[in-house]
Design a protein around this ligand. Sequence first.
Ligand SMILES: [Zn+2]
Length: 208
Amino acid sequence: MFFLSSTALSQLGKNNASKSVLRRIGKAGARDGTQVLANGGVAAICALAALSDNPIWQVAFVGAIAAATADTWGTEIGALQSTPPRSILSGKHVATGLSGGVSLLGSVAELAGAVLLGAIAWSIHASPVFFAIVAGGFGGALFDSILGASVQALRFCRGCGTFCESDPHHCGADTTLVRGAAWMTNDAVNLLSTAAGAAIAAAIYAVR
Ligand SMILES: [Zn+2]
């Protein structure tokens, strides 16, 4: 469901304005190996651990995937909102698509993605896991935004005079780091937020 819905959303948005916004920031484009590892690495480890027959790893697996789904839905659908998002930490307006920015539409989309994964898991799993998955998915996406507004690398392209998240920029010019750590890329943040999604879902499942 993560793969199908993410692919569908990026196909739907391919020719619209939001896609070109995400491309300028350095967020869109073909998925490469690093992106796949960043979004699916934690889930893959949980899937291997689930061979131990301890169901908590199944819940952690779906929690990681739910966080990736919520984040993708929030980014793709949130970019369609016409008013600019606000930083989750400072409350100031930020450019659409930049990490750390949140909007009502994007947050509703994040919750919807987490709820869908939670409902699917609940329908398959023998015990109630709905709330654990929704909390893991939405909590992971929330963590993604907080990291995006604080420690994630934010760069500035002198050529275009815009903030972005890639080096070099989409235009080909080199960029300078203006906030965060250079190694804390979008991929690194995705890895950490899917780990948070897995941990939150597993913790709630464990204490239920
Ligand atoms: Zn540029």
